[in-house]
Write a protein that binds this ligand. Structure first.
Ligand SMILES: Cc1cc2nc3c(=O)[nH]c(=O)nc-3n(C[C@H](O)[C@H](O)[C@H](O)COP(=O)(O)O)c2cc1C
Length: 176
């Protein structure tokens, strides 16, 4: 059981979070997470996995980061039926309070359209923003990280989310 983690980044913050998520899983099972940088990988590789983690920063006031933006239409050619997908987003709640973490929602809606099941929803408590396309029924459709304003909270948020995903990916049995 290997998890595919695909991420896009302009400035490296999402890459650091991806590496931290990988390291957190691999405290339990070394080699469990394969990292792939969107833009440098054939995106059909996503279909090789039963469980996916996708990392997406929001850019340009409510848009996907460039690497995701460029392959967004190509995602329509994939079938992720039966695949569980956890999305983590990077954003800036004070700089962009009306579009905070929109990328989680934009990518999440597409993942559902191609058959993926979104997991890893988290509470909005602890953030200040007015609007987000990444919120559904009062929860983020994944994990929200804000390294621009709350870098000291990132590690604890990642640790809690990895524990949540271990449950929602049904990994307890594999790990016991
Ligand atoms: C031009 C620009 C536009 C941005 N727009 C948004 C936005 O609409 N919503 C948001 O939550 N964050 C926004 N951000 C913040 C980035 O998502 C944040 O800085 C993130 O950590 C960058 O990730 P990266 O270092 O992996 O590229 C924006 C940043 C820049 C520079």
């Amino acid at each position: 059981m290997t998890i595919g983690l695909f991420y896009g980044t302009n400035n490296g913050t999402t890459e650091s979070a991806a590496e931290e998520i990988k390291a957190e899983f691999e405290k339990i099972w070394p080699g469990m997470v394969n990292l792939h940088k969107v833009g440098q990988v054939d995106i059909t590789t996503m279909m090789d996995y039963d469980s996916l983690i996708l990392g997406v920063p929001t850019y340009n006031i409510g848009e996907l980061q460039d690497d995701w933006y460029f392959i967004y239409d190509k995602l329509d050619t994939l079938a992720l039926t039966g695949c569980r997908v956890g999305i983590f987003g990077l954003g800036d709640q004070y700089g962009y309070p009306d579009t905070f973490q929109d990328g989680i929602g934009i990518l999440g809606e597409k993942i559902r359209l191609i058959g993926g099941e979104l997991v890893g929803f988290t509470a909005t408590a602890g953030f200040e923003f007015s609007n987000s396309r990444g919120v559904e029924n009062g929860q983020f459709m994944g994990l929200a990280l804000d390294n621009d304003n709350q870098p000291d909270l990132t590690t604890a948020r990642i640790q809690a989310w990895v524990q949540q995903l271990i449950g929602e990916f049904d990994l307890e049995l594999v790990l016991s």
